[in-house]
Design a protein around this ligand. Structure first.
Ligand SMILES: [Fe+2]
Length: 272
């Protein structure tokens, strides 16, 4: 049984998916696992379109130009392009947090499960803040809610900037990070999980607070649903409000395809 089942709905059948479709509001409150048996589509893009037909796919990174990124865990690769290719544990993180406005939703579809590991964990930022208050860690709350600068290249500004009302200089390498989600208590940045290199300007004291926050997330197993994905299963959640992690894989072979997207258009869809 998953821990904190209020943050995870499991859809087992096509009838259930039709009766209670997955919408953006639900994904902002918790994750949804749509089992392969509930989906007619045999491949990732059609399966994702079936699960969330309203979602506009994010394609603003070369690895996502085709609509999804394929993650193949390879224990033999000593210098992988992405940390997720390693079988080791991926700590809690959000995706694409170096972008001015990261995509709001992450969708993970399992192609080949790991033989014995690789479970995903989800943790809602509201639950983390409640735990921080219980523990009296106001120092971490202050750290998480502080506005801070973000080192990015012009391409990380994304098409959201046009028409967003944000005043940004597309040639600047450093921008003020803005919260994309006005209802979330803070913007969640990545530190060790998926990013290539640091994209936040942090003092040593802030780095310690960030690591304290991530340690606390890892310890919050009572708050985090743990999901084992089988072939064809699709896991969906808000990338703005839920952190996700992956437990260590037993070895090589786990294959997932990851889509991201928004509930509003971000880029033109290519013609079918
Ligand atoms: Fe991720």
């Amino acid at each position: 049984m998953p821990q904190n089942p209020s943050r995870l709905r499991i859809v087992e059948t096509p009838e259930e998916l039709r009766r209670a479709p997955v919408d953006a509001a639900e994904l902002r409150e918790g994750a949804v696992l749509v089992r392969a048996a509930a989906l007619e589509a045999p491949d990732t893009l059609p399966a994702v379109r079936q699960a969330v037909p309203w979602m506009r796919l994010w394609r603003d990174h070369p690895s996502w130009a085709g609509g999804y990124w394929r993650c193949v865990v390879d224990a033999e690769d000593d210098t992988p392009v992405y940390t997720a290719y390693r079988p080791r544990t991926l700590r809690f993180h959000t995706d694409m947090s170096r972008y001015l406005v990261p995509p709001e939703f992450t969708v993970i579809r399992c192609v080949t499960p790991d033989s014995a590991g690789g479970e995903n964990l989800l943790l809602h930022i509201d639950d983390v803040f409640a735990r921080l208050r219980e523990l009296g860690r106001d120092d971490i709350i202050r750290f998480l809610t502080a506005r801070r600068t973000l080192s990015m290249e012009a391409r990380h500004l994304g098409p959201w900037v046009e028409g967003s009302g944000l005043e940004v200089d597309a040639t600047a390498s450093t921008q003020l990070a803005v919260a994309a989600d006005p209802a979330a208590p803070c913007r969640i940045f990545d530190r060790h999980g998926a990013t290539k290199g640091s994209h936040l300007d942090l003092s040593p004291a802030d780095e310690r607070l960030f690591d304290d926050f991530l340690d606390l997330c890892s310890d919050a197993t009572d708050l985090a649903p743990q999901v084992r994905l089988e072939s064809g299963d699709v896991l969906l959640f808000s990338n703005w409000r839920l952190l996700h992690a992956r437990l260590a894989c037993a070895g090589s072979g786990r294959v997932t395809e990851i889509c991201m997207g928004d509930s509003a258009p971000t880029t033109e869809e290519p013609a079918a």
